[in-house]
Ligand binder design. Structure first.
Ligand SMILES: NC(=O)c1ccc[n+]([C@@H]2O[C@H](COP(=O)([O-])OP(=O)(O)OC[C@H]3O[C@@H](n4cnc5c(N)ncnc54)[C@H](O)[C@@H]3O)[C@@H](O)[C@H]2O)c1
Length: 259
């Protein structure tokens, strides 16, 4: 399937994990992809892998905490390709620990990446997409927005905020033909989840693999997600088949939470 032939897709957090898998999925389906990340080496590797699929791809250094940095990257995309069909806001970090010990500078940083980063990217994409009368924004939230666990107030707080931004943006941009959805991913095998497993596992006296096995066992499917499985749902949300789907926070969690 090449559902996105010649469309322009911007992905934040494209150097590794879910963002990288998403960039490659859109490239495989014919889109031109702009990869925005602070990790230049891995981001360039993502863009090169996208080009190997036969499409144009840009690797742009971008720190999502900075409006200026994101603005410069979006201007480069507009200058290069003149349009923007899909935004995937995937840049994110995990930090966590006991609530009484949360340092405020750490909270400020996770808010800057996970929340300000998403708000700014959505605000930069919105005018381009509304002028086109069509577009899709997909924000990568987390099951931490739908449920939670100890020692993750910072992460859950920011991911719940991503869902709030998504809902309001969907109402605001819907009349202009722009859909806005969030993907609430369950535990997905990326660098981030390995870090979470080590940190949260240690806090509750478990080894990293033991913690990952426990999380897999909590799901109906008895395994964690592959990044490509999250990317597949993102691509669906950007496709013509999802034009009547907006304002939703879609759970892609292998049956972790059944509601
Ligand atoms: N892995 C999981 O289990 C899981 C579950 C639910 C949600 N998520 C979310 O999925 C998204 C992707 O995470 P992942 O698991 O692929 O992890 P990851 O660490 O592999 O990817 C995160 C990417 O964001 C980039 N990034 C971090 N700070 C940035 C900044 N200031 N500016 C620009 N880029 C920045 C990193 O360089 C990296 O490429 C995140 O928003 C994460 O919260 C992950």
């Amino acid at each position: 399937m090449r559902r996105f032939e010649n469309q322009v897709v911007v992905i934040t957090g494209s150097a590794t994990g879910i963002g990288a898998a998403t960039a490659l999925r859109f490239a495989a389906e014919g889109a031109r992809v702009a990869c925005l990340d602070i990790n230049d080496a891995d981001n360039e590797a993502t863009a090169e892998a996208a080009q190997a699929a036969g499409v144009e791809a840009l690797a742009l250094h971008c720190d999502v905490r900075s409006r200026d940095s994101q603005h410069a990257a979006f201007e480069t995309v507009k200058g290069s390709w003149g349009r923007l069909d899909v935004l995937v806001a995937s840049a994110g970090i995990y930090v966590g620990g006991p609530l009484p010990e949360v340092p405020l500078d750490r909270w400020d940083d996770i808010v800057a990446v996970n929340l300000t980063g998403v708000l700014v990217s959505n605000s930069l994409a919105a005018p381009v997409m509304t002028a086109q009368g069509r577009g899709s924004i997909i924000n990568i939230a987390s099951m931490a927005a739908k449920t939670s666990w100890p020692y993750s107030a910072e992460y859950s707080g920011t991911k719940s905020g991503v869902v709030g931004i998504t809902r309001s943006a969907a109402m605001e941009l819907g009349p202009h033909g722009v859909t806005v959805n969030a993907v609430c991913a369950g535990n997905t095998l990326t660098d981030m989840v390995r870090k979470v497993a080590a940190e949260v596992g240690a806090t509750v006296g478990m080894g990293a693999q033991e913690w990952l096995d426990m999380r897999a066992n909590d799901t109906a499917l008895k395994r964690l997600a592959r990044p490509e499985e999250i990317a597949g749902v993102v691509a669906f949300l950007a496709s013509d088949d999802a034009r009547y789907l907006t304002g939703q926070a879609i759970e892609v969690d292998g049956g972790l939470v059944l509601s």
